[in-house]
Write a protein that binds this ligand. Structure first.
Ligand SMILES: Cc1cc2nc3c(=O)[nH]c(=O)nc-3n(C[C@H](O)[C@H](O)[C@H](O)COP(=O)(O)OP(=O)(O)OC[C@H]3O[C@@H](n4cnc5c(N)ncnc54)[C@H](O)[C@@H]3O)c2cc1C
Length: 406
């Protein structure tokens, strides 16, 4: 049988794209190598823009997320290497939205993949895509490994690569690009963390940074992000089963010292990276990429889930239009997706690059955080732009940039 679309990867980008397509009347197969629930290394916060995209996903999704008792995040506090801090709240959003949410990815992603199945998507877990198949140079299907270990070829009019940072679909299309800053993340969950509040925390240090925040049930999610050279040197130690080295590494950040109790980790340390990676262009004859498979620069601004869910909306609209025509789905027929991505994400791409590169310079981070601490309106605008409730150009305008630097 030939499906209308095969979506590879049932993370937020894949489950949401599959759901949009099935609702538009297409026959969709969603494949994931994992069995859900599964863990995913992430800081697990949904910014207000991502929350809005989840609300648009259907009436049954958000009630399930709220029933999982997520933490509510009112904004972010960012600490400089000295420990000095600035704080911005989401309340400045144009649409009045005041809150982000945070919950474990094993819960969020399972809610989304189950919603896709309920919506009519055929979901096959424990199924790994190994390669793409082609007909007359266009992508025509995937070569997969079934749960029993057999190889199977599956055919579709279009293949959607939503298989994350190390996307096999993107690599087989031959357009994956990797650039600096080359960073790797180590993530864990901890209980008994002192001083957790209503905002997420970012701690910039001399050799990396940490994201910390509540995810409900008294648990904190912690991500330690370091240059790839540090990860090579210390990776094994940081992933140690006791978690002691990971907790000790947090003490290098002044405003974290002593807050995570020894033996406080309640989930093993998971590593991911290196970033940054993207694929250009994100469409091909018979294929389209969404979420991290299309691009992922750096986790500092916490916009990956927004990009996955909003990207799924853009992909769903472009794929629906292309699939409604009788002719093959080509890169040309998917060009509206490329244009929509530029229109939607160009400001975000600029902002996350500026910030991700800037935090690699401790003196610069110190200065900018000091300036923002004295200008609450500018701090709120920055957090609002990173929360995808305010347009990025508000903080990329020369006057705003000067206010952060001078
Ligand atoms: C340290 C860190 C912290 C972050 N913190 C945040 C945050 O707080 N907020 C935020 O919004 N974003 C955050 N992000 C970004 C966010 O995690 C990603 O952008 C998001 O997960 C992208 O979703 P996705 O669906 O594209 O990919 P993924 O969530 O990675 O899903 C990809 C899926 O594809 C499957 N898959 C992979 N290969 C195959 C294959 N060959 N065959 C079949 N299936 C396959 C995987 O099993 C997985 O289920 C963070 C990222 C990192 C690294």
């Amino acid at each position: 049988m030939t499906w209308d679309a095969i979506v590879v990867g049932a993370g937020p980008a894949g489950s949401a794209t599959a759901l949009h397509l099935v609702r538009a009347g297409h026959r969709v197969l969603l494949l994931d190598r994992a069995r859900f629930p599964r863990e995913k290394p992430c800081s697990e916060s949904l910014n207000p823009g991502a929350v809005a995209a989840l609300e648009r996903l259907g009436p049954d999704v958000m009630p399930e997320i709220l029933a999982a008792r997520p933490a509510h995040l009112a904004g972010f506090r960012v600490h400089a290497p000295s420990g000095a801090a600035m704080e911005g709240r989401y309340a400045a959003g144009d649409d009045g939205r005041a809150s982000g949410l945070a919950l474990p990815r094993r819960v969020l992603d399972t809610i989304l993949v189950r919603a896709a199945a309920r919506g009519g998507v055929e979901v096959r877990e424990d199924t790994t895509v190994l390669d793409l198949t082609r007909a007359s140079d266009a992508v025509a299907g995937v070569e997969s490994r079934t749960p029993r270990g057999a190889r199977e070829t599956l055919h579709a009019r279009v293949i959607v690569g939503a298989d994350g940072l190390r996307s096999v679909v993107a690599r087989r299309l031959g357009r994956r690009v990797a650039t600096p800053p080359r960073r790797v993340a180590f993530t864990a969950h901890a209980a008994g963390v002192s001083g957790l509040g209503a905002v997420g925390e970012m701690h910039v240090g001399r050799g990396g940074y940490v994201g910390l925040g509540p995810i409900g049930d008294g648990i904190a999610t912690i991500a330690l992000v370091v240059p790839v050279a540090t990860a090579r040197r210390r990776g094994r130690e940081l992933c140690g089963a006791s978690g002691d080295a990971f907790v000790r590494a947090l003490d290098a950040f002044p405003a974290l010292r002593g807050r995570v109790p020894p033996g406080g980790l309640v989930r093993r340390v998971l590593a991911t990276g290196p970033f940054a990676q993207w694929t250009s262009p994100s469409v091909a004859d018979g294929a389209l990429l969404v979420g991290d498979a299309a691009d992922f620069f750096d986790p500092f601004t916490g916009q990956g889930l927004f990009a996955a869910l909003r990207g799924a909306e853009l992909a769903g609209a472009a794929l629906d239009a292309a699939l409604r025509r009788p002719e093959p789905v080509t890169a040309r027929s998917l060009a509206p997706y490329t244009r929509a991505r530029w229109a939607t994400f160009a400001g975000k791409w600029a902002l996350e690059r500026l910030i991700a590169v800037g935090i690699g310079w401790p003196a610069l981070a110190e200065r900018v955080i000091d300036r923002l601490a004295r200008q609450p309106a500018l701090a709120a605008a920055l957090v609002g732009a990173c929360g995808n409730v305010l347009p990025a150009h508000r903080v990329l305008a020369p006057r705003a940039l000067a206010g952060m630097l001078l």
